[in-house]
Structures are given as C-alpha cells and as structure tokens.
Design a protein around this ligand. Structure first.
Ligand code: ACO
Length: 339
C-alpha cells in the first residue's frame, strides 16, 4: 500500500489520529427544483444540467445552525461509543453561525452537555470541515487532548438571496460531525494540506453584517446581507485548486489515486466533481456524489458525504479515503485518511 511513512505518524513524540465515529443530520423539509421554478425564473432542466442538483434540505425557521450541529454531533458520539462528557474540545466549522457571538460551538457544547469541553468556531467557508479536521487532529496528535469533536454545520438558507437565481438554486442546509481520537495501531489521518488566496476574496462573499459594513437600513435594503458569487470564476478556481490540493496530499503520502477507495469532494456542483475526478484520473466508482440530494451545504458538505459513505459501506476499515474541498476566501484543502 503506502510506500513512505507519513511525517504525521513517523515522528515518535506524535501519536496518530483516527476518526472513531461519524454522524450527520439534514432537515426534513425538501425543496425541489420544481418549487424553485415557482420562486425565480429558472427550470429544473437548467439546474440539473448545470449543477446536478435535484433537491436540497431547508431548516425550519426555529432550527438554527447549532441545532443541526447538535443532531449530527449526537449521532457521531453514538457511532464512536462515547458520551458528550468524554469530549475535550468541540470545533464547529461554519459561515452561518447562530449569531456573531457567542460561538456556535459553545451553544453546541451546552446542548449536548459536553461539560468538560473547550469550544470554538472556525471559518473557512466550504473548506471548513477539512480545516477543522486538521486543527482538531493537532490537539490529539500532540497529546493535548484525547477526544475532539469536529463539526461542519450550515444553515445556508439563512444567507441565500431567494430572489437571485444565480445562487439560490445551489445551496442547502445540514451538518456532519466526526470524533477524533488516537486508535492504537491505526494510521488514521495520514495528511492534510490547506491553502488560501485572499486576492480572490471578492469572488464569493457576504458583504455586510461584519465590521466593514455593519447592519444599517441601507445595507438591508441593498440586499448586502446575502451571499454573492461570481459563479464562472469560482468554478475555474475550484477545479484548479482541488486538483492541486488532492495531488499534493496524495504525493505527500507516496500514494497514487488508484490506491484510494473513495474520493469525497466538496459537493458544490456535479460538473466540478467530474472535472476534478477526470483530472485526477479517478473512476466513477471512486467518486462519492450526493450533491443531487443536498446541493452545496458548504462546511457540512464533505462531513455529510463521509457519514453517508461509511453508512453505505463505501468506506470500511483499512480503506484509503481522500477528502478534497474548496470555498470562499478563497480556501481549499485535502485530507488523506486510512479508515
Ligand atoms: N436558471 C436559469 N438561468 C440561470 C440561472 C438559473 N438558476 N442562474 C444563472 N442563469 C443564467 C445566467 O443569468 C446566464 O444568463 P445570460 O447568459 O443571459 O447572462 C446563463 O444562465 C449562464 O450563466 P453562467 O454563469 O455562464 O452559468 P454556468 O454554466 O457558469 O453555471 C454555476 C453557473 C452553476 C453557478 C456555476 O458557475 C458554478 O457552479 N460555479 C461554482 C460554484 C461553486 O463551486 N461554489 C463553491 C464554493 S461555495 C462556498 O464557499 C460557500
């Protein structure tokens, strides 16, 4: 299998980090393309052919990001066979926190009763889950903490402009979670590589509500509290960055793509997924796709997909898994896991 030991696990003072349980949650309400046809000037044919998305989930009005995260967290804890009291740290990756502060992670900490855990949010848009995985893994690897819960959770429906057909057809709500622990004699997370390019920040942004443009009557009237995206440029950057991150991560582990059982890319658009797979030389069987059912759930995307891949038996112990992500920032990243 691997030809070279990875630096993460080959240094004697560091210990390996495994994902010992995953879980996900999506809201019950399904929004179909047919319903979107009645909301903006679009067609099921346009959405399906340009994006591969057929439906997405929408959270209830009284369901916040912390509620989605909490449901996914509980399932991951059960899968790992631990309780919330075992947690040392909770990291929530999100761009749709319940509020500016306190952090969504602190709200989750209270909701699940993780009485011993520290908690913070991490913001790397759609790349958030892989960023959080990397940050969380370092705490376990360095012996700082034994048990870390990493969550990607989004209520994208709260920041989507439902009058903008360019973006409103793309996004959905959901959450996915993973428990990180040292599993003796397992390699676990082999590598992560992360990247960013703030020079392209304008491609995808939510302009108002922060310190640069605080909320005013004018900012609301100008629809500045909704996300905006240059779809074409984002598309091109996404393919280039994801292919490069995936190749770098595989290269660091001395692996070739054919050795990977399952490739789980950020579920932004089916055309992006197939372009990335083609350029990596991956087969359809290796590629995991659920964008048709959930759309783009940002930081929750690969976390939900990983849980589904495990549940469906597409990933079993010992398999190599490649996560590859891309999002606003710009940000990107990849992770190789020996399951
Ligand atoms: N229905 C019908 N027509 C539409 C719709 C719609 N929902 N949306 C746009 N159009 C129109 C446009 O107005 C345009 O019309 P025009 O030619 O008259 O101006 C036409 O369709 C073509 O638009 P394009 O932008 O060229 O369409 P494209 O093939 O690029 O697809 C899409 C657009 C789906 C947004 C694509 O560019 C994409 O997926 N981009 C990447 C998005 C992404 O990956 N984001 C990831 C990060 S997300 C995060 O971090 C939160």
């Amino acid at each position: 299998m691997r030809t070279t030991p990875h630096p993460r696990t080959s240094r004697p003072h560091l210990r390996s980090v495994s994902i010992t349980g995953v879980g996900s949650y999506v809201p019950q309400r399904i929004l179909t393309n047919a319903e979107l046809e009645r909301m903006v000037e679009t067609t099921d044919e346009w959405i399906t052919s340009r994006t591969g998305i057929r439906e997405r989930r929408i959270a209830a009005s009284d369901e916040a990001t912390s509620d989605l995260a909490t449901a996914a967290a509980r399932r991951a804890l059960t899968a790992a066979g631990i309780t919330a009291a075992d947690l040392d740290l909770i990291i929530v990756a999100t761009i749709t926190p319940d509020m500016m502060f306190p952090s969504t992670a602190c709200l989750v900490q209270q909701k699940i009763g993780a009485v011993r855990a520290a908690a913070f949010d991490l913001e790397a848009a759609c790349s958030g889950f892989v960023y959080a995985l990397d940050v969380g893994a370092h705490f376990v690897q360095s012996h700082t903490y034994n048990t870390v819960l990493v969550i990607g959770a989004e209520k994208m429906s709260s920041v989507v402009d439902w009058q903008d057909r360019n973006t409103c057809v793309l996004f959905g709500d959901g959450a996915g979670a993973a428990v990180l622990q040292n599993r003796p004699k397992a390699h676990g997370l082999l590598t992560t590589c992360l990247g960013s390019d703030g020079g392209k920040a304008k491609l995808l942004e939510l302009p108002a509500g922060g310190s640069a443009v605080p909320a005013t009557v004018e900012s609301v009237a100008g629809r500045l509290h909704y996300l905006r995206m240059d779809g074409k440029e984002t598309f091109k950057s996404a393919v280039t960055a994801m292919v490069s991150a995936a190749n770098e991560a595989l290269g660091r582990c001395g692996l070739t793509v054919d050795q990977v059982r399952c490739i789980i890319p950020h579920q932004a658009n089916l055309r992006i997924l197939t372009a990335v797979a083609e350029r990596l030389g991956a087969t359809d069987e290796q590629l995991f796709v659920n964008v048709d059912r959930y759309g783009n759930t940002s930081a929750a995307s690969v976390a939900i997909a990983l849980d589904e891949a495990v549940t469906q038996g597409r990933v079993v112990r010992g398999d190599l898994v490649l996560l590859v992500v891309f999002g606003a920032g710009l940000t990107w990243g990849a992770a190789v896991i020996e399951w």
